[in-house]
Design a protein. Structure first.
Lengths: 572, 189, 434
């Protein structure tokens, strides 16, 4: 090196200047990078949120050209910004790196010029110093060991979730005992319309108010039945615009929360607006609950799950159902599955399916195509020889599936017409209704097409077109819409007695203990003692109409009128 | 001092012994792993059958622009007019307008082939790996769009940050000889 | 012919009828009227294998050159140059991955998980620096390790860490090593990689937290020499022990120490051992008693450490994603938490019974508990041995580099007058030759 460069290298001021310039430059670049980062996370995020909101508005009013142009412009800005910012931060990182390198180089240069000759301390190592140094080192190591030990212990004893312990109520779904104690789906546990509780009231007096614990208004009219879990009663209601789920406190009748189900995009939208028959409404299907969440489905195909605090856990649309009178099949459940009977159109259209959704997430676990047309029956899950069977009925087949995976167990060709009566099991037989024509008993231990082999009896009867049958194992009761109740024997289907109650019925009959409970459309609750001849026990009248089947739990009956939800309790 | 000399020898012997043992252990390790080890490096890849399109691939990569991109298996694609990976939930119209697209960066290009088939291609320079198109295609379509780690971008970290964040355990180490798990081939079997 | 087509029709009909059952391909492949070639799915290949072997070769060369520079040439300037090269190559060019520090985890995983096949190049990255250390001392740390290089570069105003604090701080590195081995062995995580402070500088991008952590370490590193190397690096503590056994070692003086004391303050890392004074007899006795106490304390400490590790085990097991998932599923089912996470959704979608998950997670938790107990015992053992070492009477005659702690940076060479003599001789020799 010649003398000039040597002296340049020795110039300390130059070294300092280089370092200072590099430091300032680095700070500027850092500042710019931070601004870029902030812009990316704040203003770009805000623009993206605005864009999403505009897209939702556009979905409601498609074809709005102004809005479309606005969206396109904003979208372009967002995309350009995204790329620009990425580029900027990448370039900025390189600039920062280079300037930091220059900074470090400058500082090292300066420090190499500042090097002083070594000047050892005047003190000399003595043995005292050495042993005290050793002692302090030991103490320090001891302290750090204590620190680590206590940190480990503190972290270790902090509360944690121990999945290894077998505790109560860890199951993702309720036990059969819990299900039987409550009224979790349409027609109660097993969809049989039966309750095992012993102290259900048998009458009430609306004039004096005796027996009516409370009555609470229901905001939106609908025809689904109440479902009950412990002290919570659930209903749904809907009209053409809204779909809602209501939760009432069973003891006080207070409306605890209302859950809204939004209009969700359908994977198979229909061209026309959905217009269910007035007698069906938008919320004909009854809800289902497993004690952890409640599930509700509506005529639009929207199905949602809410937890017991009212928070919507999931919601989706299964595709708009094509159904002449309006979708009405209620939900039922099996373990961690919500079971949806989605019958549509005609058998030739091949659109009917059975769908099982996971209760936690709403995702489809299995679905099965059904060779049937639209129906208004509800599925039920029963136990046959300790194995579960999912029973479904629609024109022309009665089909039983394995609810865990949707595989077909048996099917029988014995149904026809527009069927709304759900199947039941009675004393080991499956009873199926063909409206106006017959009642059929099927032996459920077959497999495949059992039309020719497993039909126990097929008896002509004035079978109902709406109400489902109910049985105590010995007798099965059919209730027609016009008000005639028929009692047949389960063993062979023979008619035992009949009676015209001179009322009209939409709610299905139920059996609690030794009594048959019927609720007429005018709101009269008939309680009839079961036996070889009819014996009416009582009639109690609500002062409003009722179309939904009641729910029976320990010591209470919940009846839904067209305006209120009633809680009936014992009059003592 | 004779004592210290003995000590030195003993310590020296111990040191020599430990040295020899360490060297032998390292040699054994090399031998063991050379026999078991692979000649090729391992790289990270997504198993498209396990992926649940959660969106973490776009945000958890250590690189500013994620190394995960959407990839199209053309042999599996249905070339549909209404592509569920291209169009959003409720498109205003079936055209390439920005308001109809699902992709937030406009990385999918829709080109007309013949009636009624359209071809959909992914521009990797624009794709950010968010997986929205993959979700749409897998839920309603054939599932021909899927996410893959692109090895011209991936830095091959020893522990992939996306793999740590993946909720469905879809990331696995594969040999660098076969670095892709493509749909519509035997790779995903 | 007719019969054949009849059969074909039946088969085709059955095909069509059964098609709805397959939910795999909802839409059939297109049938183009005009032939349209399907585009190819691009598959850009990763870095070719040969380059991995090139990396190993560069590592080997760098280690050899570094050893030569430290022990033979004894030139701080050239060590610096090599350090810059290795920082650029292994740091910024190769983006710091795979490094020998991280390879501890790969090797551990390969031992415990038979399904993980470790690439041979990674084994080389693990073994080569260890072998060179066995022969030449910590020449890897001097000029080859990019993490060490980046810290060495920012060291501008070295302050000395009090000697009594050093041993305690170094315990952190043993904890880090124990944790790294535990979590790698159980397949939970690669913690060294996850918390590597400098790799985000090398990649010029990364998580904000790690960037800030690295930046803070570098800020500290301006004043405290190589803080990561001395107090955190898990590979460093292995190198320390092997360096104690090395065949050749770094010396401050090229031949004989004249105890001129000029090198006393030359080491920014506190790795110079000073000559000790004779200990009086009274101290000797007291020292023997302390030593006896420490010897008895050792097994007590090990047991305590093992017990603490065992207690920490279940909490430590949460690092493993299967254990975390099991806890989440349990909490959701029991109603302890609201809502679901992506992970629990994905798990439930697979349809596996939670009991299978719980039993798998139990096994993992058991392994981690056991490993954690061992880790705790290990750290306690190290601490106990340190206490014993501190109770022994040690004697140093000359100014020498601490075999374990010296990172062979070569800063002390120019402080030694004997070194200047050697360089002068060289110059003299060169002059004579001319």
């Amino acid at each position: 090196m010649n003398a000039d460069t040597m002296s340049l290298f020795q110039d300390r001021r130059l070294a300092v200047r280089v370092a200072v310039v590099a430091a300032v430059f680095s700070l500027i670049v850092v500042g710019l990078l931070i601004t870029n980062y902030v812009k990316r996370t704040v203003s770009d995020a805000e623009r993206t949120a605005r864009l999403d909101a505009m897209k939702i508005v556009l979905a409601r009013a498609p074809g709005n050209q102004e809005l479309i142009t606005e969206i396109r412009e904003l979208d372009l800005t967002v995309r350009q910004n995204m790329i620009r910012r990425l580029d900027y931060s990448r370039k900025g990182a390189w600039f920062l790196l280079v300037s930091l390198v220059v900074l470090v180089a400058g500082l090292k240069w300066q420090s190499s010029l500042d090097k002083k000759p070594p000047a050892p301390q005047p003190t000399v190592q003595t043995s005292d110093r050495q042993s005290s140094l050793a002692a302090w080192s030991r103490r320090c190591v001891g302290v750090s060991v204590l620190v680590f030990l206590s940190a480990a212990l503190l972290l270790g004893i902090s509360p944690r979730i121990d999945f290894e312990q077998t505790g109560p109520a860890v199951s993702p779904y309720p036990s059969p005992e819990e299900i039987n104690r409550n009224w979790p789906y349409f027609r109660g546990p097993g969809g049989a319309g039966r309750s095992a509780h012993k102290n259900v009231p048998t009458s009430f007096d609306p004039n004096t108010g005796k027996g009516i614990l409370w009555k609470s208004p229901v905001p939106l009219l609908a025809f689904n039945s109440p479902v009950v879990w412990e002290d919570r009663v659930f209903l749904s209601g809907a009209d053409v615009n809204d779909r809602q789920v209501y939760c009432y406190d069973g003891s006080s009748g207070r409306l605890l929360w209302t859950g809204d189900v939004p209009a969700l995009p359908s994977p198979s939208p229909s061209e026309e607006e959905i217009e269910p028959m007035e007698d069906t409404g938008f919320a004909a299907p009854t809800m289902a609950t497993d004690g952890r969440r409640v599930y509700a489905i509506f005529a639009t195909g929207d199905i949602a799950a809410f937890d017991f605090n009212g928070r919507r856990v999931w919601a989706r649309n299964l595709g708009t159902p094509e159904n002449t009178y309006g979708y009405a099949s209620s939900l039922t459940m099996y373990q961690s599955l919500v079971l949806v009977q989605y019958d549509q159109a005609t058998p030739e259209d091949e659109r009917s399916k059975f769908i099982a959704l996971n209760t936690f997430t709403g995702r489809t676990v299995w679905d099965a195509n059904r060779p049937v047309g639209n129906s208004w029956t509800s599925p039920v899950v029963v136990n046959v020889a300790d194995k579960p069977q999912l029973l479904t009925v629609a024109d022309p087949w009665a089909i039983a599936y394995n609810p865990a995976d949707g595989s077909e167990i048996w099917r029988a060709d014995c149904v026809g017409g527009e069927v709304a009566s759900s199947p039941i099991d009675a004393n080991g037989l499956v009873l199926v209704i063909k409206p106006y024509e017959t009642i059929v008993a099927i032996k459920p231990d077959g497999s495949g097409d059992v039309t020719k082999t497993h039909i126990a009896w097929n008896v002509e009867a004035d079978a109902p077109d709406i109400c489902s049958p109910v049985s105590d194992g010995e007798f099965v009761f059919l209730l027609t819409t016009e008000g005639v109740i028929y009692c047949h024997k389960v063993a062979d289907g023979a008619l035992v007695w009949e009676k015209d109650l001179e009322a009209s019925f939409y709610a299905s009959p139920s059996i609690v203990g030794d009594y048959l409970y019927l609720v007429s459309s005018k709101g009269v609750m008939f309680v009839i003692e079961i036996g070889n001849e009819i014996k009416e026990l009582s009639r109690s009248k609500l002062d409003e109409k009722s179309y939904a089947s009641p729910a029976f739990v320990d010591g209470r009956i919940y009846i839904r009128g067209d305006k209120h939800l009633y809680c009936i309790t014992n009059m003592d | 001092m004779p004592e210290s000399k003995d000590k030195v020898t003993r310590r020296g012997f111990l040191r020599e012994g430990l040295w020899g043992t360490s060297l032998a252990a390292l040699g054994a390790a090399v031998g063991f792993f050379s026999a078991k080890g692979s000649k090729a490096d391992t790289v990270w890849q997504i198993d498209p059958n396990k992926c649940t399109q959660c969106g973490n691939c776009a945000t958890y990569c250590v690189l500013a622009e994620s190394a995960v991109k959407c990839v199209h298996a053309y042999a599996v694609c249905g070339y549909c007019n209404i592509c569920f990976g291209y169009f959003g939930a409720e498109p205003s119209d079936i055209n390439t307008g920005a308001e109809n697209q699902l992709c937030p960066t406009g990385a999918i290009k829709r080109t007309y082939v013949e009636d009624p088939y359209y071809e959909y291609t992914v521009d990797e320079k624009l794709c950010n790996g968010c997986g929205k198109c993959v979700k749409g295609c897998n839920t309603f379509g054939n599932g021909s769009l899927f996410l893959q780690v692109r090895h011209d971008r991936c830095v091959n970290c020893n522990e992939c940050s996306i793999a740590v964040a993946c909720p469905s355990d879809a990331f696995k180490r594969v040999s660098a000889d076969k670095p892709y798990l493509l749909k519509g081939t035997d790779d995903t079997q | 012919m007719i019969r054949l087509s009849y059969t074909t029709i039946i088969i085709a009909f059955l095909f069509c009828v059964s098609a709805p059952v397959w939910s795999v391909e909802a839409f059939p492949p297109p049938e183009f009227e005009n032939p349209h070639p399907l585009p190819e799915t691009m598959t850009p290949q990763p870095r070719q294998d040969v380059y991995e072997y090139v990396d190993v070769a560069v590592l080997l060369a760098a280690l050899a050159v570094s050893s030569y520079l430290v022990l033979s040439k004894r030139s701080r300037r050239w060590i610096f140059v090599l350090m810059i090269f290795c920082l650029v190559y292994f740091g910024f060019w190769r983006e710091g991955c795979v490094c020998p520090i991280g390879s501890i985890q790969n090797v551990t995983l390969a031992i415990f998980d038979s399904s993980y096949v470790i690439p041979v190049t990674t084994v080389a990255f693990f073994v080569l620096p260890l072998v060179f250390t066995l022969f030449f001392g910590r020449t890897f740390c001097a000029a080859v390790c990019p993490l060490g290089a980046i810290q060495d570069l920012v060291l501008l105003r070295p302050l000395s860490v009090p000697k009594w604090l050093e041993g305690a701080l170094r315990l952190c590195a043993y904890v880090y090593l124990a944790a790294a081995v535990l979590f790698a062995a159980t397949g939970s995580a690669f913690v060294i990689c996850r918390y590597d402070p400098f790799v985000s500088f090398f990649r010029l991008s990364g998580s904000l937290n790690i960037l800030v952590f690295g930046f803070c370490l570098l800020l500290i590193g301006i004043f405290v020499g190589r803080p990561y190397c001395r107090f955190l690096c898990p590979y460093g503590v292995i190198l320390r022990q092997l360096s104690r056994l090395s065949k050749r070692r770094v010396t401050i003086t090229p031949d004989e120490c004249i105890k001129c004391r000029l090198c006393e303050d030359s080491c920014p890392f506190g790795a110079i051992k000073q000559p000790t004074a004779e200990w009086p007899a009274a101290d000797y006795k007291r020292n023997k008693r302390t030593l006896a106490i420490m010897l008895v304390l050792l097994p007590v400490l090990v047991l305590l450490g093992g017990w603490a590790g065992l207690t920490l085990g279940p909490a430590a097991s949460r690092v493993h994603e299967t254990v975390r998932l099991a806890e989440r599923i349990y909490a959701e089912d029991a109603g302890l938490v609201e809502g679901t996470t992506d992970a629990s959704d994905a798990f439930r979608a697979t349809g596996t019974a939670p009991t299978a998950l719980y039993s798998e997670a139990s096994v993992i938790r058991g392994n981690i508990k056991f490993g954690s107990a061992l880790a705790g015992a290990f750290v306690a053992l190290v601490a106990g041995l340190k206490l014993i070492a501190l109770s022994r009477r040690w004697q140093t005659q000359d100014y020498e580099a601490d075999r374990a702690g010296c990172v062979a940076c070569g800063r002390c060479f120019e402080y030694c007058p004997k070194e200047h003599v050697r360089l002068g001789e060289k110059e003299q020799g060169a002059v004579n030759e001319r």
